[in-house]
Design a binder for this molecule. Structure first.
Ligand SMILES: [Zn+2]
Length: 91
């Protein structure tokens, strides 16, 4: 058993993320990797995948120059949790 660890990189896909600068409100666009992190759940039938975005490079706001995204900091969009019911699949 290897419980307690979340498996990273279930699915990745390159795209540009649009993010509003928290300092000045300017909309910036930068390249990210979309990653789904699988979270361990008590119920084995329910898989919880959390989509996060990994910035490919350090991005600064084009307007105020502050750093709004860094590769070491994953951007998590909290409200959208995907619940997948894989009742039929067995490992
Ligand atoms: Zn800004």
């Amino acid at each position: 058993m290897c419980s307690g660890e979340s498996r990273i990189k279930v699915k990745t896909d390159m795209k540009n993320l649009r993010m509003k600068c928290p300092y000045c409100g300017y909309w910036n666009r930068f390249p990210v990797d979309k990653i789904f992190i699988e979270q361990p759940s008590q119920e084995t039938k329910v898989k919880v995948l959390i989509p996060v975005y990994k910035p490919l490079e350090t991005s600064k706001c084009k307007k105020c120059g502050k750093i709004i995204a860094e590769p070491k900091e994953l951007i998590r969009i909290t409200k959208s949790c995907i619940r997948d019911h894989n009742m039929d699949r067995r490992k």
